[in-house]
Design a protein around this ligand. Structure first.
Ligand code: ATP
Length: 500
């Protein structure tokens, strides 16, 4: 069940507390762009660090890469993106809003009650459209359908006498035909005008890995099977309103190409292993509720022609179950294409058998910003409280401590007692050598707790008058709200062991 109120609450909290701001806001905003505030920057960094730690640092079969964001136009011609990386788009003739046709149709299907879906099946249709419509109404998915079929389904929805397909922006039912738009951003380089001086902002980080495959093999001691991992920005000229950072034109990807000899390694076993690894990362490292996650296998129509199997790990966002992380067996399509176009040998020699092969890959590809949005949504809770002097609700972001922007907040009990402030500042100065911490002396203690709960700080430390005598402080836990006395000298090791 969609919970759009939760989405509104998260968008508001994210803005109010400095996680996410609309892009170019003082100039009226720029659609599908966002800026990360002080807390969002920390959260994003923590997610990236955990990803890197889990998938690169803690494994002996992975190496990292940081390829250029701008690349040669031939990279994207060879990969097929120049010709085929396009979305089916539709415009509202009334308000001129442009949107993805597949999303428009899928969102519409989601709102249709069972009875109305049945009604729609009684159309006199050709076989292909009929099959596609039955599947779309059953699965809620239209991705991978041809422009022609999408257009026929769109017409059926628009002609529905009650509840026709309306523009989410202006509520009119007046559409252009569906057309394809390429998602790649061309960039004009240097002073050479025209085709020759053109490059592209990368549409995915994966191609940087394929074009550096030879370099990595020649410059390191990797042996099959092994993976190359990359974290970095990608750019897609996406036009989809709403849903915060779920879909943006500039976003951060975490992609892995895991290379293997398909004759020596069983791809299905490897695929299942990666499924488990991704699931563990999301549930154990990011602390996400497994009940909000599911796997969805791509249908033959939806899957890229070179992929043997693709599955999406989906999260139950307030706007429905949506892709979080894709897992695809891409065969050796990409390396082969780059060999064909570049005329460079991208094969690898097995030192034992002397056999030359172009390795196959399994690709887990995730959007870090989608992980961040999921983490915020999953952590959001409201509880009744009388703390802070006001009866009402306490908003708590139950972030995994490793993800929390601040690990510890340090307070002097009273802001106008110099000796308490000085003592608290001393603790702050010491702890900030080890962790991201914050100092707060505004308002009463109850209000400070409420503020820290709302931004997900796991522990608060209060320096009171006893601290001046016993060299101990009160540590309050965000989850249990229990308080305990801890010696000042033990604080760093106390928090380190909790974060281990
Ligand atoms: P979608 O179907 O949602 O457009 P995709 O299948 O095109 O995604 P991939 O090309 O497989 O996505 O990219 C891998 C991951 O990158 C996705 O699972 C998603 O988490 C993230 N991603 C893709 N496009 C965007 C975007 N425009 N904004 C934010 N994250 C994105």
């Amino acid at each position: 069940m969609a919970d759009l109120t939760l989405m509104d609450k998260i968008v508001s909290l994210a803005k109010r507390r400095g996680f996410i701001y609309p892009g170019s806001e003082i100039y009226g905003g720029l659609a599908n762009t966002y800026d990360y505030g002080p807390l969002g920057t920390e959260l994003l960094r923590n997610i990236k660090n955990l990803w890197w730690h889990y998938f690169v640092q803690s494994r002996s079969d992975m190496v990292g890469l940081d390829a250029s964001i701008i690349s040669h136009q031939k990279v994207w011609q060879a990969s097929g993106h120049v010709a085929g990386f396009a979305d089916a788009m539709i415009d509202c003739k009334n308000c001129k809003a442009r949107m993805r046709a597949d999303h428009l149709l899928e969102n519409y299907i989601e709102t249709l009650p069972e009875e109305e879906r049945k009604e729609l099946l009684h159309n006199n249709l050709d076989d292909e459209t009929d099959k596609s419509l039955v599947s779309a109404l059953g699965t809620g998915k239209v991705e991978g359908l041809s422009l022609e079929t999408l257009e026929k389904i769109r017409t059926i929805f628009s002609n529905k006498h009650n509840n026709p397909l309306r523009c989410p922006n202006c509520s009119k039912n007046d559409w252009t035909v569906i057309r394809r738009f390429n998602l790649l951003f061309p960039v004009q380089l240097g002073i050479v005008e025209g085709e020759g001086g053109m490059g592209y902002l990368r549409g995915e980080t994966a191609q940087g890995i394929f074009i550096n495959f030879r370099n990595v093999v020649d410059s390191t001691r990797v042996r099959l099977p092994f993976g190359i991992a990359q974290l970095g920005k990608s750019f897609r000229n996406e036009i989809t309103p709403g849903n915060s950072v779920f879909r943006t034109i500039e976003f951060e990807q975490g992609e892995i190409e895991y290379f293997f000899d398909h004759e020596a390694t069983n791809w299905e076993e490897l695929f299942n292993k990666w499924e488990n690894t991704m699931w563990d990362f999301v549930t154990k490292y990011l602390g996400i509720n497994p009940e909000q996650l599911r796997w969805r296998e791509h249908s033959d129509k939806e899957r890229s022609f070179y992929s043997t199997r693709t599955e999406d790990l989906e999260y139950n966002f307030p706007f429905g179950f949506k892709e979080l992380w894709g897992l695809a067996y891409r065969t050796n399509y990409d390396l082969t294409k780059h060999m064909d176009v570049s005329k460079k040998d991208l094969s690898i020699m097995d030192p034992q058998t002397g056999k030359k092969i172009v390795p196959h890959v399994i690709e887990p590809a995730v959007g870090i910003n989608r992980l961040l949005l999921m983490v915020l949504l999953d952590a959001y809770t409201e509880q009744a409280t009388s703390a802070g002097g006001s009866e009402g609700k306490r908003v708590v972001l139950n972030l995994h401590p490793k993800l929390a922007p601040y690990k510890v907040a340090i307070f002097p009990l009273l802001a106008n007692k110099e000796n308490l402030v000085e003592k608290a500042k001393g603790i702050y100065d010491e702890l900030k050598k080890h962790f991201m911490v914050t100092f707060d002396a505004r308002g009463n203690i109850g209000k400070r707790y409420l503020y820290q709960d709302e931004i997900g700080t796991p522990w608060c430390v209060t320096v009171d008058f006893d601290s001046l005598e016993d060299e101990a402080v009160t540590v309050r836990d965000r989850v249990t709200t229990k308080q305990e006395r801890v010696a000042i000298k033990d604080l760093a090791s106390y928090f380190s062991s909790k974060l281990a």
